[in-house]
Design a protein around this ligand. Sequence first.
Ligand code: SF4
Length: 299
Amino acid sequence: MTEVKDAGITPVPLEAGNISALKEWRLRVLKSDCPECYGLCCVALHFSASEGFPLDKAPGKPCPYLMANFKCEVHHSLAVRGYKGCIGFDCLGAGQRVSRVTFPLQSWRTAPKIAKPMFEAFVVMRHLYELLWYLSEALERCDGKRLRRALHEELQEVDRLTCLDAEALKKIDMNALRGKSNALLIEVGEQVRGVYGNGKAAPQAVRQRLGRYADLAGAKLSDMNLKGANLRGAILIASDLRHSDLSGAELIGADLRDSNLSGANLSGALYLTQAQVNSAKGDRETRLPEILDRPVHWV
Ligand code: SF4
């Protein structure tokens, strides 16, 4: 496999215990930088009505609103036009990695020959960046030398994979990689949730409904103590979480679309992403983890 030269994107900090360096790395590397990436997410990915778009679009076809300068023509009116899927998407920095490192200084528009491999590389890179996001948070929050070492090794391995060229990226066995990372993420999830009480302070009727892949669509969960709750992959679409405390709650893969997070405390929630937050409703009182930005559409 060929590794391409890193064009200035800093590798994972070398010492597993250097948490402040890791935090700084996460803030710098795992943030999307749209002007740097040739609108890759607006072209490479497919749209479908079930994913918050008003129309279906095949992967590789540019969105009709993507302008020549790679900016979005309807950026300020995405919600009213039915493009909620765009509001709820975040590449976590994978886009600029492809445009600056995998295909440095080339765009799919000026070099059509690279369009297909560039889009394919972006899809793989997005998966790798998702793993970088979760693994780095797990490393930041885990306890114990063995686990910290294992997470650090895994994080460095995934980081190394992001340096591969487009052909080699395609050959990555993503299922195997995810399976390995997932085992570590679950272990850290159990550790963190345990510290926060495993959701045991929630009212009994709610406690019985909590858990992995819980169907809590439209559920009334306002003003509740949900500390340490297991909400892995939970369906929380349009749920009411106003003023609830989700400290230490595990939210990996949870569907928070249109959930109401006004006044909720998510500052210590585990595995929460910008995309999940963007797809939800909130306000100035909603408390978020330091690394996440308050969505501009929140009042
Ligand atoms: S609507 Fe705007 S943000 Fe969404 S895909 Fe099209 S150009 Fe990109």
